[in-house]
Design a binder for this molecule. Structure first.
Ligand code: ZN
Length: 848
């Protein structure tokens, strides 16, 4: 039954647990429908502890419970048990029965293709046994597993391994959300790493038989990550073994369980034939991310779930630094900003807006958001920019020294920076508590040799932030001469007031400013600078991010004009683009990014911000026209670009080759708009790697010439789940707006549409939600189809359902008819009698 009044949890209500847990022993007797879990847990009451305790527990069948060897009868409820306890240290023992095979929600202990695995973050451990399932309760775990499987894994170091039995011991105290167990018929791709102090660590990537050939890249990424964390953060790995397991059914990307990371197979399995360059890069980043959590998340964890950004913001920031070091720093920054604008700015503009550290929630799983992760990482980047790289390193050393083994808060984190640098971070802390994207306006003035830049910041009041206060905004700024020389090199201007001016003396002539270089703060910048400012920066800026940004803002302004007034594409933009594209010494990846356009959803956001009502069909048409104009304007150079960026064998997924392929593929797409599909067909036919095969197929589909290729692709890849996810998704992505919903609906009839698998569900419906004009089709068919399927998925997998509800977050910015249709679907979902707490919270917030 649906929870009538879901409980809201507040940060301000935090109270420590009354007991220490000094050790945990777990024994698993595995069976698909009746796994037995025996626990033996040592509790020590703290000074002021009460004489009863509450242990979380969900969907457990309690077989027996004992305290100090004597049977007890705790009071059971839906979410746990309450029991009278001694006022001295005691041993709790319980035996419970669970049903992993029927656990389709994919948290707790569940089965995926015959293998057992766990997902305990955030609150899955309570579905395994009764326990104080909160991150500030840290303990040492010993785990025994009995089951007829060749591979039996848990956290820490192996103690013993015999047929049908394994014992593991994890010496590092950890919260229950980092517990993991895996059992199954798996094969290991082994490796090893020697830490800088000379300890040998055994590494393994465990996969299903048949996937052995897709592990080598992930293994190398793991070794690179281990080395990087030693070199850059001075962090060494701390166990004898590090295992990664690939799982096909997984709600998220991957999970940092201590010593036993569990990965969505899409986030670890990689091969030339089956993975695109983008897949390789993502896999490298996720492996790094989960590995880096060993220090930022595991050794130092979160006091409570409100502090989630403490581990996630920092770890995203660290994995971005890693990718920037491994590949191209400017390219990484540009792609991160595209992602930030697409997901986090959209979230912050709508009904799901919340601070980086929220102050209340109903279901914590709904707060693994772009704001916590990506804006959380931006906040760390700003902190580093403000204190400087050296002081950042000093603060991080202090953080690891002071808080190792603890469960911490954002206050602890900021105090470390205050102590290491002597700076008062009171105002900076507003980045954690105020929701919304600040707007910064910039204007300039020139008086007889003095140049003045004036910035104004504004944050729109919102439900969570009714009375916004000025934030500390680091604005990295350089000044260029009219001939494009850097006359004042990049420096950090710190905007702390609502409005503030910065003065530059001693300049011979009026400079051209380049502000917010590297996107030094997550704000919307509004320029009141000269008319041709962006065109100048596109031609001359020495900061690659701002050069890209200049092109982007010209493209955006032109597209918005086209949408509003049916104007022609801006030739100043197209001329500037041609100049950049012709510059052979520029990184091909960078040039491929220059060809990109703001997403149609970003354009809708901009229109809405300006008080207009976006029309998805008009935005679609304008974007298509702009593509055609790019093709036409670049037609002399496109064949050369395409030919010059073909990559010689052998294939490598590195930054250099993937950059060339991305430019060649962007070029191919434009060329085929003019020439027709033959070139794409040739590329598809002879491709020896997924990047080129998929790029060929995607152009063929767009050109309505993809039927044969689609069949061939399916025939070739029908047994590869991850590749078939691409096949499902691409058809929706490349459909015309009036065909996207019908295409998605038809795909749900395909025998391989295994909708309980989150990757497959997302392949179709994630693609539909991302198809702006398709999902927002005027008759509401997109809203209805997605709602039908979310209603169906919710009882099976509430977490994935709740995440997919985000597709509706922008419904209020469209016209009255679309709003009525979307609201009706939201209400229909909300009226589902069995709606999960996860979906209920999301839909209620979105409905407003
Ligand atoms: Zn993470």
């Amino acid at each position: 039954m649906r929870d009538a009044t879901p409980q809201t949890i507040y940060l301000s209500d935090y109270k420590p647990f009354g007991f220490d847990v000094t050790s945990v022993e777990l024994t698993f007797d595995l069976a698909p429908n009746c796994t037995r879990v025996r626990s033996k847990i040592a509790f020590e009451p703290k000074a002021d502890a009460e004489r009863t305790f509450f242990l979380h527990g969900k969907e457990l069948k309690l077989i027996s419970a004992k305290i100090d060897g004597t049977d007890v009868s705790p009071a059971l409820s839906d979410d746990g048990l309450t029991c009278t306890v001694p006022d001295a240290p005691f041993i709790w023992e319980a035996e419970v029965e669970i049903d992993p095979e029927n656990n389709t929600a994919l948290d707790g202990l569940y089965m995926s293709n015959g293998m057992y695995c766990t997902q305990c973050e955030a609150e899955g451990f309570r579905k395994i046994t009764y326990y104080p399932d909160r991150p500030d309760v840290m303990s040492v775990f010993t785990v025994r597993i009995n089951g007829p499987h060749p591979v039996l894994l848990s956290n820490g170091n192996p103690v013993s391994q015999t047929e049908g039995h394994a014992e593991w011991h994890d010496p590092w105290p950890k919260p229950a959300y980092l517990f993991a167990l895996v059992a199954g018929e798996l094969v290991a791709h082994p490796g090893s790493f020697t830490t800088r102090s000379g300890r040998d660590v055994a590494l393994n990537i465990y996969v299903r038989p048949g996937d052995e050939g897709k592990c080598a890249f992930g293994m190398q990424a793991l070794k690179d990550s281990m080395k990087w964390d030693e070199d850059v953060y001075g962090r060494e790995y701390d166990l004898d073994i590090f295992n990664i397991v690939a799982v096909d059914d997984f709600n998220m990307g991957a999970m940092e369980n201590k010593g036993l990371n569990v990965f969505n197979s899409s986030a670890v399995l990689a091969s030339q034939a089956t993975s695109t360059d983008a897949n390789f890069e993502r896999i490298e980043a996720i492996i790094a991310h989960e590995y880096f959590h060993n220090w930022t998340g595991n050794r130092i964890t979160c006091r409570d779930w409100f502090q989630l950004c403490l581990k996630e913001g920092l770890t995203v920031f660290r994995d971005a630094q890693f990718t920037a070091d491994m590949r191209s720093a400017p390219v990484k920054r540009i792609t991160d900003v595209i992602d930030l604008r697409g997901r986090q700015f959209a979230e912050d503009q709508g009904p799901l807006s919340h601070p980086v550290r929220p102050e209340s929630f109903q279901e914590i799983n709904n707060f693994y958001t772009a704001t916590v992760y990506e804006k959380g990482a931006e906040v760390i980047g700003m902190l580093r920019r403000i204190v400087g790289a050296q002081a950042y390193d000093k603060a991080l050393s202090l953080y690891f020294d002071r808080h190792d083994g603890q469960a911490c808060t954002i206050e602890d984190w900021l105090k470390v920076f205050e102590d290491a640098t002597g700076r008062d971070l009171t105002q900076f802390k507003r980045w954690y508590s105020q929701a919304g994207t600040p707007r910064v306006t910039v204007k300039d003035a020139w008086y007889a040799g003095t140049y003045i830049l004036t910035f104004t910041q504004h944050l729109k009041p919102s439900a969570t932030t009714p009375d916004p206060q000025p934030q500390v905004i680091p604005i990295v700024t350089g000044l260029l001469s009219p001939s494009g020389q850097e006359v004042v090199s990049s420096q950090v201007l710190e905007l702390t007031e609502e409005s503030q001016s910065f003065t530059f003396e001693g300049l011979a002539e009026r400079p051209i400013p380049s502000v917010l270089r590297g996107f030094s703060a997550p704000v919307v910048l509004e320029s009141e600078l000269a008319e041709n400012h962006a065109a100048f920066l596109l031609a001359h800026d020495t900061d690659p991010f701002n050069r890209w940004e200049a092109g982007r803002s010209l493209a955006k302004a032109s597209l918005l004009d086209m949408v509003r007034t049916d104007a022609a594409p801006d030739t100043q933009y197209l001329d500037g683009l041609r100049a950049v594209m012709s510059q052979g010494d520029l990184d091909p990846t960078f040039r491929a990014l220059m060809l990109g356009l703001p997403s149609q959803s970003d354009l809708a956001t901009a229109l809405h911000d300006a008080g207009d009502t976006p029309d998805p069909d008009v935005i679609w048409t304008a974007s298509e026209k702009m593509r055609a104009a790019q093709a036409e304007h670049l037609k002399e150079i496109l064949p050369g670009l395409f030919a010059d960026h073909q990559v010689p064998e052998p294939y490598k997924p590195d930054a250099d080759q993937s950059g060339r392929r991305s430019l060649a593929n962007a070029t191919l797409s434009l060329l085929c708009r003019m020439e027709g599909p033959e070139r794409a067909q040739r590329q598809f036919d002879k491709a020896d790697n997924m990047t080129q095969q998929l790029a060929g197929l995607s152009v063929l589909l767009r050109e309505k010439a993809g039927d044969a290729a689609l069949k061939a692709f399916e025939e070739q890849w029908k047994d590869d789940r991850l590749v078939m996810d691409k096949w499902f998704g691409l058809q929706v992505m490349q459909a015309d707006p009036d065909q996207a919903v019908a295409t998605a609906a038809a795909l749900t009839e395909h025998p391989d549409f295994k909708w309980k698998n989150p990757n497959r569900f997302r392949a179709v419906f994630g693609a539909l939600a991302a198809h702006h004009a398709g999902f927002h089709a005027a008759g509401g068919s997109g809203y209805k189809l997605l709602a039908d399927w979310l209603i169906r998925l919710d009882p099976v997998n509430p977490q994935t359902t709740a995440r997919m509800c985000v597709a509706f977050q922008t419904w209020q910015r469209y016209d009255a008819q679309r709003q009525t249709l979307a609201a009706a679907e939201l209400d229909r979902m909300l009226a589902t009698p069995t709606l999960s707490r996860n979906a209920s919270e999301m839909l209620t917030r979105i409905r407003g």
